[in-house]
Design a protein around this ligand. Structure first.
Ligand code: PLP
Length: 413
């Protein structure tokens, strides 16, 4: 960082402060992870200097020979990881991967999209009125059963038959249970709709066989590369060969200009890492850790949405404690435990306040923490949630968090 410190000490200082925050705290945001040094190096490389509009072998700029090799490596590795026929690694983000599928399959201001509502676990880009997706398409949303707090596929099918959408989206940002991708594709087939699975959160789990996979099952799979896949921030799309041209055209020139080639190089590194057997072991541990953390929180009297978790995340329902998600996020943040407030199925508060907390284990599992540490973290969270305004407890927990974090360095030398 010596060049940066000389040219822009303000930014260098902020990066150093963030390094300290990540090092001494616990990152429990379910959508985050910690990339390897190799991924960081590829991302911070001179690959950022080049325009490479188009695809390998068909670029609109000269000098792309090394970029073609890198993008092909990324595509082939991602295909191998998921057993897919076709991969597009150019979307700049998960939202843009979803946008590309909508562009590939639907007519703007005309066609109908069906998806899970944001307040019950879906994502903004699945048709929320404040997102392009809700403004450009006619959206109908399904949610979870309010008693069981899990998806009811019979109800999803009923809605699909009534609405007859062009695309049915499955996949979520805050759903702690396994999603049955086969059931969604069957429902879509029954109403002659496309099925798109957004596996942004659970991609690593799907690639590792810890969660059933959508690839080869649904028409289109989209993902981010920075969550359980543990790569650079970005998106990707997987589909069968018959839809390959449709998808590629929708990404470029349909939606994006020049691909972020430094990010694509870093995606290639991430996929290589994910093809190692240790990645499967890592994803198994993510789920074991989530289960143990969930059990500890429930033992301490906290209510979890749907009564637990099958994946990497859980939702704490604070509504019976008279506390809001915002207050809980703030108190835990002061204690060095980073989480995010989240709506829960019977939400009565605004998305900025909420009655829930979303907690995930990908980043702490990357640090090497296991079930024993999950019990300790569960206890620390429960103690803070006991009295959100007890500054003495928050200070004590912060000290314990720092000691725990120091045993699991992010980038051990
Ligand atoms: N899809 C799902 C299910 C997500 O949870 C997210 C982000 O959290 C996205 C898409 C969007 O990803 P991005 O922030 O890269 O646009």
């Amino acid at each position: 960082m010596s060049y940066l410190s000389n040219i822009d000490p303000e930014i260098a200082d902020l990066i150093e402060k963030e390094r300290q925050r990540q090092t001494h705290g616990l990152e429990l945001i379910a959508s985050e992870n910690l990339v390897s040094r190799a991924v960081l190096e590829a991302m911070g490389s001179i690959f950022t200097n080049k325009y490479a509009e188009g695809y390998p072998g068909k670029r609109y700029y000269g000098g792309c020979e090394f970029y073609d090799v890198a993008e092909n490596l990324a595509r082939e590795r991602l295909k191998k990881l998921f057993g897919a026929e076709h991969a597009n690694v150019q979307p700049h983000s998960g939202t843009q991967a979803n946008m590309a599928i909508y562009f590939a399959t639907m007519e703007c201001n005309k066609d109908r999209l069906m998806s899970m509502s944001l307040s019950q676990g879906g994502h903004l880009s699945h048709g929320s009125p404040v997102s392009f997706s809700g403004k450009m398409y006619q959206v109908t949303q399904y949610g979870v059963d309010l008693e069981t707090e899990v998806l009811d596929y019979g109800v999803v099918e009923e809605i699909a038959r009534k609405v007859r959408p062009k695309v049915i989206v499955c996949g979520a940002s805050a759903y702690p249970r396994e999603i049955d991708f086969k059931a969604f594709q069957q429902i879509a087939d029954g109403v002659e709709a496309y099925c798109m699975a957004d596996i942004a959160h659970i991609a690593g789990l799907c690639a590792s066989g810890v969660h059933n996979t959508s690839v080869g099952v649904v028409d289109f799979t989209t993902t981010t590369t920075h969550k359980t896949l543990r790569g650079p921030r970005g998106g990707a799309i997987l589909c069968d060969q018959e839809n390959a041209v449709l998808v590629d055209k929708a990404v470029f020139p349909g939606m994006q200009g020049g691909p972020l080639m430094h990010t694509i190089a870093a995606k290639a590194v991430c996929f290589k890492e994910a093809l190692r057997p240790s990645f499967q072991e890592y994803n198994r541990q993510i789920v074991k850790n989530a289960r143990r953390l969930a059990a500890t929180l429930m033992d301490r009297g906290l209510r979890l949405v749907s009564g637990g978790t099958d994946n990497h995340l859980m939702l704490i329902d604070l509504s019976d404690r008279g506390a809001t998600g915002l207050e809980a996020e703030t108190a835990l943040g002061k204690a060095g435990i980073t989480v995010n407030k989240n709506t829960i199925p019977r939400e009565s508060r605004s998305p900025f306040v909420t009655s829930g907390l979303r907690i995930g284990t990908p980043a702490i599992t990357t640090r090497g923490m296991k079930e024993g540490e999950m019990e300790q973290i569960g206890e620390l969270i429960a103690v803070v949630l006991q009295d959100l305004h007890d500054e003495g407890t928050i200070r004590r927990v912060r000290g314990e968090v720092a000691v725990l974090a120091s045993r699991f360095p992010i980038y051990p030398d």
